[in-house]
Write a protein that binds this ligand. Structure first.
Ligand SMILES: *[C@@H]1O[C@H](CO)[C@@H](O)[C@H](O)[C@H]1NC(C)=O
Ligand SMILES: *[C@@H]1O[C@H](CO)[C@@H](O)[C@H](O)[C@H]1NC(C)=O
Length: 996
């Protein structure tokens, strides 16, 4: 057929179709529905009114041309639930609008949808009460309204759904108690009510009537009282999750009848008593987590024959022993029982039947030897048994356990020589043997321990020389070996340990002299060699250890003068007493307060009041002359250097000019006083000041004298991921565009300024204002943390809060930062704080959908809000949580995660410590106690922001206000406020509630 003919036929057919096909009635209803919905992504574009039936429309399913199912999940449609229209479709039985922006209240109209079997409106923006009439739907089997903002009580009538199998109301704002009438829903298989702020109520014992129930999920429902015995009637139950409530009393014995159980979660309650005997009947059990309770008594023996994958019983008050049969479980890979009162010997075949990876038995009263089989399957990574009464040797089998990373055997009664293989395990970064009776010497095999960062040997009977190979441990940060019998000199190689922060060998028998080149200990903070037999002079280069804080060389045989440079160090402790030092003291050390630092050195001029003063004057003249000479020489050197540099730089620049710059595109956001060429010419490795999660950062001094920071991101080729960050590659790919898009639009004094950005095909540059004081994280947790006094920290908190508040409340659309942490808060020359690193920030949708779910994990360890784990959603509240962590860092001076906290992060550690020891143990000891009142208030704000329930976290705007109140109070009313609460404790109850 020829083309023209074909055309005519087509036109003819089309006319025919328009004539014949007018949309059927159901189609007309759906078309009306389309018009009532907001469809920003035009996902309903296939809904064409010229079709005869809607059966080919997106999301529509028909049976015999009648619409039976509508699936518009994840389409981003918005607007109120169109019940009035939908319910006119007589055969519609299946409606799925999961993850959209359906808003406003769910009206009683829904009761007209008599055919509905399945209704999924989860993850939308519904608010208001649950419709009372919903149970009137005779056929409804599946109802999921999770992840909305529904409020009010669950109506009593919800016990009368005739055939409901799934009822899911997780993560709403439901308030009343859980109605006992739910026990009438005997067809129910799944009851999920977790994460609602119900009033404190009992678990209704009528729930025991739900004999078809497979999942009972009541996490964080404000449940109190006893677990009803009737739950033992739920003979099909597979998952029982009652965690994060305030249940008390025993675990009901009837629970052992539930042989179908796979998972029991009871953590964070106040349960007490014994674990019920007969738990061993639960042959399908995979996971039992009863941590953070008050359980007592032994672990039932039969428990251990179960195919457990993980047994978590920490921080309870279990007593009794660890039953030998635990070692038989073929799936056991994680066993954590720390912080209980378990005793007796460890099963000697532990680890022989399952690939044991993590073993934490710390803080119990176990005795006897370590089982030799712990690493038989070659999987053991963490062996943590500190604070027990264990004894005997380290089993030689562990010496070949290449998987080990953390070995903590401290505070036990171990003895004998450490097998030489243990010293050289390649992945171990923490080897802690402190406070045992180990003997023998450090083996030369330690050369192989390339990952070793913390080597803690103090309080043992080690002897012999320190092997030269120690100097090969590039990553060593702490080497503590006090209270042993080491002999010989410190090996010369020890000065190679550039990362070393602590070197503690006090109370040993070291001799010889200090090695040459100690100036390379750039990070050394703590040097304690007290009570040895080290001689020679104290080298003048000790003054080069700029971060040295603690210096104790007392009770040795040092002779000669006290190095003058010592007086320039910022030492908290200085002890050179009981040596053979002589001569005069450096002027600034010749003060009474240092008397005890120099006592016991007969040759030293320590008559501080008399003799030294006069001579000190004379000396200071010489001193000034010396200084002048140094100054003149330094100026000369500088000048020559500058000239040399200029010529070198010019050559370099010329060379670089050769690169074709035409490929660069420049996008600037401010008026610029520099060109991109100038920036490009300065990107030397010498200028690197840091590497962030998505690229290197350079400091560039421009010809105008202005300084900028340049972040270079290689387009998708090389990706550097900061350790500790939980980010996936996908975030990185978009990091650049996101950051540019976000920052370019923003102007705020507390947001780091982006001057411009340049792009080529393979390289991208972001030019920021330069922040001379670096990041809050580095400063606070580095050696200079002590310099940040409270007023400075307070100001940083206010600044950062204002920056975030601006993002959340003043930007349209609002911006969620998504990676708030102390390392992303930068400090200018006056310690003014600015929020930076928008690599993962994302503007909240223009639709009022404040809680859009993100498909990738973003955020950093220790800063991620707890709800993220179950909602996978990031919103402003997550930023507020992260900001709260920063507040806690400012108050405590601790990092967000720290090996010292064990399994906890800073927030959990703060809560436990607060409970057990009070606030005084939390406040950074480097802070001046006269600010205590303000610090406590700021601390409270930090606690509110890190509240586990997002709804209890104050908005950022509110945080700013509260912080400012702290500030004005300390200016206007220094007097104590006789126990009265400050205003923010009782107004604006919706912002915060639970934190007292
Ligand atoms: C509900 O959503 C629609 C469409 O997205 C919007 O126009 C309307 O303002 C929203 N209603 C409320 C109360 O937010
Ligand atoms: C449902 O349960 C409530 C309370 O448990 C009870 O009073 C009521 O009679 C029950 N209703 C039906 C229809 O069984």
């Amino acid at each position: 057929m020829r083309k023209a003919e074909l055309g005519i036929v087509v036109i003819y057919l089309e006319t025919l179709v328009t004539l014949v096909a007018c949309l059927n009635q159901e189609g007309l209803y759906l078309y009306e529905l389309k018009q009532s919905l907001d469809d920003p992504e035009s996902r309903l574009s296939s809904w064409n009114p010229r079709d005869s039936t809607p059966c080919n429309w997106y999301g529509v399913t028909c049976t015999n041309t009648s619409v039976t199912a509508l699936d518009l999940s994840d389409t981003n449609v918005g607007g109120p639930f169109p019940g009035g229209i939908l319910c006119r479709l007589p055969n519609l039985s299946w409606v799925n609008l999961f993850n959209n922006s359906i808003n406003e209240t769910l009206t009683e109209e829904i009761s007209l949808c008599g055919s509905l079997l399945h209704l999924d409106l989860s993850q939308n923006l519904l608010s208001g009460p649950l419709p009372r009439a919903l149970p009137g739907l005779p056929r409804l089997r599946y109802l999921d309204l999770s992840g909305n903002n529904l409020s009010g009580p669950i109506p009593e009538s919800y016990g009368s759904f005739p055939s409901l199998e799934v009822l899911s109301l997780v993560s709403n704002l439901l308030q009343g108690p859980i109605p006992p009438s739910l026990g009438n829903l005997t067809s129910l298989k799944m009851l999920n009510l977790s994460y609602n702020p119900f009033v404190p109520s009992l678990i209704p014992d009528t729930l025991g009537n739900l004999t078809n129930l497979q999942v009972l999920w009541l996490t964080q429902c404000n449940l109190v009282g006893l677990i009803p015995d009737t739950l033992g009637n739920l003979l099909h139950l597979q998952d029982l999750d009652l965690a994060l409530n305030d249940l008390y009393g025993p675990i009901p014995p009837s629970i052992v009848r539930l042989t179908t159980l796979r998972q029991i979660e009871l953590y964070n309650n106040s349960l007490s008593g014994d674990l019920p005997p007969g738990l061993g009947n639960l042959t399908n059990l995979r996971l039992l987590d009863a941590s953070m309770n008050h359980l007592t008594g032994p672990i039932p023996h039969d428990l251990c024959s179960l195919p457990l994958e993980s047994l978590n019983l920490y921080e309870n008050r279990f007593q009794g022993t660890l039953p030998p049969s635990i070692a038989n479980s073929p799936y056991l890979y994680e066993l954590r029982l720390f912080g209980n009162r378990l005793s007796g010997p460890l099963p000697q075949n532990l680890g022989s039947n399952s690939p044991l990876r993590w073993l934490d038995l710390s803080s119990n009263q176990f005795w006897g030897p370590l089982p030799p089989t712990l690493c038989r399957m070659g999987a053991l990574e963490e062996l943590l048994v500190i604070y027990n009464l264990l004894s005997g040797d380290i089993p030689p089998t562990l010496a070949t356990c290449q998987t080990l990373t953390r070995v903590r055997l401290g505070f036990n009664r171990f003895s004998g020589e450490v097998p030489s293989g243990i010293w050289g395990l390649p992945h171990v970064y923490l080897l802690e043997l402190v406070d045992n009776s180990f003997s023998g010497s450090i083996s030369r095999t330690i050369a192989g321990a390339g990952n070793l960062s913390l080597l803690i040997l103090s309080k043992n009977n080690f002897s012999g020389p320190i092997p030269d190979e120690v100097g090969w441990l590039d990553n060593l940060v702490e080497f503590s070996a006090a209270d042993n019998s080491f002999t010989g000199p410190l090996p010369d190689s020890i000065v190679n340990l550039a990362q070393l922060g602590i070197l503690d060998f006090h109370n040993n028998r070291l001799s010889g002299v200090l090695p040459k080149g100690i100036r390379s200990w750039k990070k050394l903070n703590d040097l304690n060699l007290a009570n040895n037999q080290i001689g020679g002079t104290i080298p003048e280069e000790i003054a080069a250890l700029s971060v040295l804080n603690f210096l104790d060389l007392s009770r040795n045989r040092f002779s000669g003068r006290v190095p003058t440079g010592l007086q320039n160090l910022k030492l908290n402790q200085l002890n050179l007493s009981y040596n053979r030092l002589s001569g005069e003291l450096p002027r600034m050390l010749a003060k009474d307060m240092y008397r005890s630092s120099f006592i016991g050195n007969p040759g030293l001029c320590v008559d501080l009041k008399g003799l030294c003063d006069g001579r000190g004057q004379e000396k200071s003249v010489g001193y000034v002359w010396l200084l002048r000479t140094i100054f003149v020489v330094a100026t000369l050197v500088f000048f020559v250097g500058v000239v040399w540099f200029y010529f070198r730089y010019r050559n370099f620049r010329d060379a670089k000019r050769a690169i074709d710059k035409s490929k660069w595109t420049l996008m600037s956001f401010h008026k610029l006083g520099f060109s991109e060429d100038e920036i490009l010419n300065c990107l030397d490795e010498d200028n690197v000041i840091g590497s962030g999660s998505s690229g290197k950062v350079y400091k560039v001094v421009l010809s105008s004298g202005e300084v900028v920071a340049v972040k270079k991101i290689w387009g998708g080729v090389k990706k550097e991921v900061e350790s500790g960050d939980v980010e996936k590659g996908r975030v990185q790919d978009n990091a650049f565009d996101t950051e540019v898009e976000t920052l370019g639009k923003i102007r705020h004094k507390n947001i780091v300024k982006l001057w411009c950005c340049c792009t080529t095909r393979d390289c991208k540059l972001l030019v920021y204002e330069y922040m001379p004081n670096g990041s809050l994280g580095d400063l606070l947790h580095g050696s200079k943390g002590g310099l940040l006094d409270w007023p400075t920290r307070y100001k940083i908190a206010v600044d950062a809060a204002e920056g975030l508040s601006y993002l959340h409340h003043d930007c349209v659309p609002p911006i969620v930062h998504r990676d708030v942490k102390s390392n992303n808060i930068l400090l200018d020359g006056d310690f003014g704080a600015r929020v930076a690193d928008f690599g993962v920030a994302k503007a909240v949708e223009t639709t009022p959908k404040g809680t859009k779910s993100m498909s990738v994990i973003a955020g950093s360890c220790g800063y991620i809000a707890p709800e993220y784990a179950y909602t996978l959603r990031v919103n402003e509240k997550s930023d507020i949580y992260s900001f709260g962590v920063v507040m806690l860092e400012l108050v405590t001076g601790r990092r967000s995660v720290d090996p010292e906290f064990g399994e906890k992060d800073l927030v959990k550690w703060v809560c436990t410590t607060l409970d057990q020891k009070g606030v005084d143990h939390l406040i950074d000891s480097r802070l001046d106690s006269c600010f205590k009142e303000e610090i406590c208030k700021a601390f409270n704000i930090g606690l509110m922001c890190t509240s586990p329930l997002p709804i209890n976290r104050p908005s950022m705007r509110r945080v700013v206000k509260m912080l400012q109140e702290v500030g004005t109070e300390n200016q206007t009313k220094p007097a104590k406020k006789d126990g009265k609460l400050s205003p923010y404790y009782y107004d604006d109850a919706s912002d915060h509630g639970s934190v007292a």
